[in-house]
Design a protein around this ligand. Structure first.
Ligand SMILES: [Zn+2]
Length: 291
C-alpha cells in the first residue's frame, strides 16, 4: 500500500523552525495538479533552489511538511509558480503510476496538507485571519485562540464475504469499474464498527456480522484514514444496490477474480480483494471455520 515505503521512513514530526535547503523538494499545487517531472515511471519534484528563479517564493516562505528518511519536504503555499524547465503540472492521480513509492506517498500526503492549509485560512468562530501555530501542526486564531488541527476523516472499506465469495460493487457514475468495495465515512456518534454495518446496509441492503478488522491506510486524496474490515452476511445474501451511489454488485470466487482482476499496489481496497483472490484471506483464516 502507498504508505509502505520501507526501508524509507516517514516522519511527521512538525518543526516550524525548519528551513528549506537548496536541494529540499518543494511540493507545488495548482488545484488537483502537482508540479513534478516524470521520466519513465520515476517521479521527482523541483528543488527549493529551482523555485525562486521560476517565480516561486524564497525559501523562508516555504512551509515544512514532513521528512522521509532525512529528506525534508516543503510546501509552496498559496499555489505554485507556472510550470518551468521540464517540470509540468500533472493530475494528483499520478501517484498511482510512479516510483519510488516514498515519493508517490509524499505526493498524496502533501496533497492532504495542501488542501487543509488552503481551506483553513480564516477562523470559523470569529472570522479573523489564522496563523500557523508555533508549536504544533495547527492553525491558530490570534484573536480568539481557536485552534484548528489537520482534518482526518475516519472511513471504512468493507470486504463482505459469503459462502466462498467476496462482494464487489460498481459506483453509479460514468466509466466506474466493477471492483470497488463498500466504502464510506463515519458519521457523528457512531463507532467505526457501526459505520461498517450502516454503509453495507445503505449501499447494498445486506445485514452483516462477525466483523474482522484487517488494517488501516492513510488516504490523503479524501483526507481520510481508511479502516479495512472483512465481515460476513447475516441472513439473506440478496444484493440490492441502492441505485444512487451504487449501480451494481457482484459476488466473486477467488478463481473468477484470478481471470479478470488486476491488482494495484497502492490502495487498501485492492489489497483486500487481492488477498481474497490469492486465498491468503479465507473464511477459515478469518473465522476459523467455513460459513
Ligand atoms: Zn477566532
Amino acid at each position: 500500500m502507498i504508505h509502505e515505503i520501507f526501508p524509507k521512513v516517514f516522519h511527521n514530526h512538525y518543526d516550524p523552525e525548519k528551513a528549506a535547503c537548496q536541494d529540499s523538494p518543494v511540493m507545488c499545487f495548482q488545484g488537483r495538479k502537482l508540479l513534478c517531472r516524470v521520466e519513465g515511471d520515476t517521479i521527482s519534484y523541483p528543488r527549493a533552489e529551482e523555485i525562486v528563479p521560476a517565480g516561486g517564493p524564497d525559501a523562508s516562505k516555504l512551509v515544512f511538511l514532513f521528512d522521509i528518511s532525512g529528506e525534508d519536504y516543503f510546501l509552496c503555499p498559496g499555489g505554485g509558480p507556472e510550470a518551468f524547465a521540464d517540470y509540468e503540472y500533472r493530475d494528483i492521480s499520478v501517484y498511482g503510476k510512479v516510483f519510488p513509492l516514498d515519493r508517490a506517498y509524499a505526493a498524496i500526503i502533501a496533497f492532504h496538507l495542501n488542501n487543509w492549509y488552503d481551506t483553513e485560512r480564516y477562523c470559523g468562530r470569529c472570522g479573523h485571519e489564522l496563523v500557523r501555530d508555533g508549536k504544533e501542526r495547527a492553525m491558530r486564531c490570534p484573536e480568539c485562540g481557536n485552534l484548528i488541527y489537520p482534518r482526518i476523516n475516519p472511513c471504512v472499506i468493507v470486504g463482505v464475504i459469503h459462502e466462498g465469495k467476496i462482494l464487489t460493487t460498481q459506483y453509479n457514475r460514468p466509466n466506474a469499474g466493477m471492483f470497488a468495495l463498500i466504502a464510506g465515512f463515519a458519521e457523528i456518534g457512531e463507532s467505526i464498527e457501526e459505520t461498517v454495518a450502516r454503509e453495507v446496509k445503505e449501499e447494498v441492503g445486506l445485514k452483516v456480522k462477525d466483523l474482522r478488522f484487517y488494517r488501516s491506510e492513510p488516504w490523503g486524496m479524501s483526507s481520510s484514514l481508511l479502516h479495512g474490515f472483512y465481515c460476513r452476511v447475516d441472513g439473506d445474501p440478496t444484493v440490492k444496490p441502492d441505485g444512487e451511489e451504487i449501480a451494481a454488485g457482484r459476488w466473486w470466487t477467488p478463481e473468477q477474480l484470478q481471470e479478470c482482476y488486476t491488482p494495484s499496489h497502492v490502495a487498501l481496497t485492492s489489497e483486500m480483494i487481492t488477498k481474497f483472490m490469492r486465498k491468503e484471506v479465507t473464511e477459515e483464516s478469518l473465522w476459523g471455520e467455513k460459513a
